[in-house]
Design a binder for this molecule. Structure first.
Ligand SMILES: Cc1ncc(COP(=O)(O)O)c(C=O)c1O
Length: 437
């Protein structure tokens, strides 16, 4: 077990036990003693209390080399990696580049299994159920395009599911005559049952698949995956989970979700280098999914059949190890509670302003660190632009499928409360004075 003792394992894995590679700098250990010391001070405290301990989070904020000339509230887009991860990545890239076919293919590639095992431990499954991919789009396209369906078969997903996943389904609709049903849901939902009902009410004898986000990217709605999984299993329907925002954000593992297929991103909340994701498929289901890039035996039950995507930057994979170790050392529950605390911090401050509607739940079961809001009748895209142009506050905004304009706010563990206070102050100012469209 890599993570039995998070701190010791962290330091060990930073060394990566590359005993045989003495001639290069892969063995360099990152200095993580500061984190060790700080964790010791709070390790017996409730993560809910630690979430509000600014003196602890100050040290975590310092672990990132981010551009502090702007306030980045779009960490849900893609997340900066901590300095330790970037240092390791540079080391691995230099090593690979010195003799790519020897060092990258010969040494780094052999470490792929080590990383697979670390991802599997984090998700709580067998390494034989984890394919390493370049992002969750790839993970889920493998599944959405790779499961055999017949004309007339139905797939249910929500109006808030991610466009590239819906595009895969729409392409099958055009090409193969399957039927895609997009179902709306109340946001923020009042309880889990409302969300389960959206699917239950739309299932027919022809329904073969359900696709749903664990956390939606538009309003941060957490879906009750375990309950939907039970419903799908009872009806013999394949459930596909888009975990782009949940892996590294929520502590949930495979057993908590009870899902058979899950695509996760590593370059969002797990803070691994950009270009990393994974696909979990329950062992007995691997056989029936055709790979996106054909392998010698496309119907085998070896999860590695999904990794035939040609030459790619393998050092990036190796640096996933540091990101996972950082995550475990920090403590997944502490991280989750801090992310939730930050969302509640800005959202509660904005909720009392005239015209503001928070589109994300304050119930911890139904939302975490990703939140959105709207200001009645106002142009949120324009406001987002003004925030960036005039105040160097980076957010993301858009229009929800039902026409509601929204702004999404995703602070992260390196965000300071001062930065959030400034964001709140600026929003309050524009709500009082208005802004031109
Ligand atoms: C819910 C959801 N699914 C999938 C994706 C796609 O992620 P990637 O571009 O890393 O594949 C995103 C990206 O933001 C997302 O929010």
């Amino acid at each position: 077990m890599f993570f039995k003792d998070g701190r010791r394992a962290f330091l060990k894995t930073l060394g990566l036990t590359f005993g045989s590679l003495k001639f290069f700098s892969l063995e360099k250990k990152a200095d993580a003693s500061w984190l060790e010391t700080k964790i010791k001070e709070i390790e017996n405290l409730d993560p809910l209390d630690v979430a509000q301990d600014e003196s602890f989070w100050f040290h975590v904020q310092e672990a990132f080399d981010v551009d502090r000339s702007l306030i980045n509230l779009n960490n849900g887009g893609v997340h900066p990696a901590p300095r330790l991860v970037m240092q390791a990545l540079h080391r691995y890239l230099d090593f690979a580049n010195a003799a790519p076919t020897v060092n990258s293919w010969g040494y780094i590639r052999t470490r792929r299994e080590f990383i697979r095992q670390k991802i599997a431990e984090t998700f709580g499954c067998s390494p034989e159920e984890i394919a390493i991919t370049r992002n969750v789009t790839e993970s889920l396209q493998i599944v959405l395009l790779g499961i055999d369906l017949k004309p007339g078969d139905e797939i249910i997903t929500t109006t808030h599911d991610y466009p590239s996943m819906k595009n895969a389904l729409f392409q099958r609709e055009k090409r193969e005559g399957i039927k895609v049903k997009l179902v709306p849901f109340p946001y923020p939902a009042l309880n889990k049952q409302e969300l389960v009902d959206c699917f239950a009410q739309n299932i027919t004898p022809r329904t073969k698949m359900i696709l749903v986000c664990h956390i939606t990217n538009l309003t941060g709605q957490i879906f009750p995956v375990k309950d939907i999984s039970q419903l799908a299993r009872e009806k013999g329907i394949e459930l596909v989970i888009d975990g782009a925002h949940s892996f590294g954000h929520l502590v949930d593992q495979q057993k908590d979700l009870d899902c058979d297929i899950y695509g996760g991103n590593l370059h969002k909340w797990m803070m691994a280098p950009i270009g990393t994701g994974f696909l979990y498929v329950k062992k007995e289901k691997i056989k029936k999914i055709w790979p996106l890039f054909p392998s010698p035996d496309p119907q085998s039950d070896d999860i590695r059949k999904f990794e035939h995507y040609g030459t790619h930057p393998e050092p990036i994979w190796l640096a996933i190890g540091e990101a996972l170790s950082f995550h475990h050392t920090l403590g997944p529950k502490r991280k989750e509670e801090r992310l939730r605390y930050l969302k509640d911090y800005w959202a509660k401050a904005l909720a009392i302003l005239p015209g503001v509607k928070i589109l994300t739940s304050f119930n911890p079961e139904l939302a975490c660190g990703l939140g959105s809001f709207t200001v009645e009748g106002r142009d949120m895209l324009r406001l987002s632009q003004i925030l960036m142009d005039k105040h160097r506050i980076h957010t993301t905004a858009g229009i929800l499928p039902d026409g509601v304009p929204f702004m999404r706010i995703t602070p992260s563990i390196y965000t300071t409360l001062k930065e959030l206070d400034y964001f709140i102050e600026i929003i309050s100012h524009y709500i009082k004075t208005g802004w031109s469209a």
